[in-house]
Design a protein around this ligand. Structure first.
Ligand code: AMP
Length: 181
């Protein structure tokens, strides 16, 4: 199915649990471990994404550290295409390019291997579990574009709409979110 039914969306949404006050007071953490161990909900999600991106002829999936790796690698296997990680600074062993971005307090930095894509004309999708302020995904989008490939879309399982992160990321590529909350 290319479009998810309301019922299917509800099954996926119900499989994600809220953990209040994690990692600090006032934050409601969206825990996707309960989606991963629910084969019906996870199957519906991956089938949906497979159908959507099969039609777009994506050639690489870029997953964001760390939960984006799980969704991205599952999807890449289904589509029979390559997977590329964007990691937090200092984790990738080869030559990298990096991008700093602002957090509520201070900065963070993400990296990609310089030679991550062997086809420089490739069509690429970025995926992560959740978009909040859009800072992480925007930095990743800058990195992907800096390698010269075409960034076709940024995909998120959950979009925390009240933080308006989509607006920021849309400056780099179209955004698709499975569930808006
Ligand atoms: P942001 O850069 O603000 O869009 O934050 C997105 C990143 O932080 C993603 O990698 C998410 O996994 C994580 N994140 C931010 N807020 C939450 C939340 N409420 N629950 C779970 N993960 C979150």
């Amino acid at each position: 199915m290319v479009q998810l039914t309301q019922e299917h969306k509800q099954i996926i949404l119900n499989s994600i649990r809220d953990i209040p006050d994690f990692p600090k007071p006032g934050i409601v953490f969206k825990d996707i471990t309960t989606l991963l161990n629910n084969p019906k909900a996870y199957g519906l999600l991956i089938d949906h994404l497979t159908n959507r991106y099969k039609q777009m002829n994506i050639e690489y999936i870029v997953g964001l550290d760390a939960r984006g790796f799980i969704f991205g690698a599952s999807l890449a296997t289904k589509l029979n295409i390559g997977f590329v990680p964007v990691r937090k600074k200092g984790k990738l062993p080869g030559d990298t390019i990096s991008e700093k971005y602002e957090l509520e307090y201070g900065f963070d930095e993400v990296e990609i291997h310089k030679d991550a894509f062997n086809n420089k004309n490739a069509k690429v999708l970025i995926i992560d579990d959740l978009i909040a302020t859009g800072g992480t995904a925007s930095a990743a989008a800058k990195l992907v574009k800096a390698t010269g490939v075409t960034l076709v879309e940024c995909c998120f399982i959950l979009n925390l709409t009240f933080l308006d992160g989509v607006k920021k990321v849309e400056q780099f590529a179209p955004v698709y979110s499975v569930l808006d909350i």
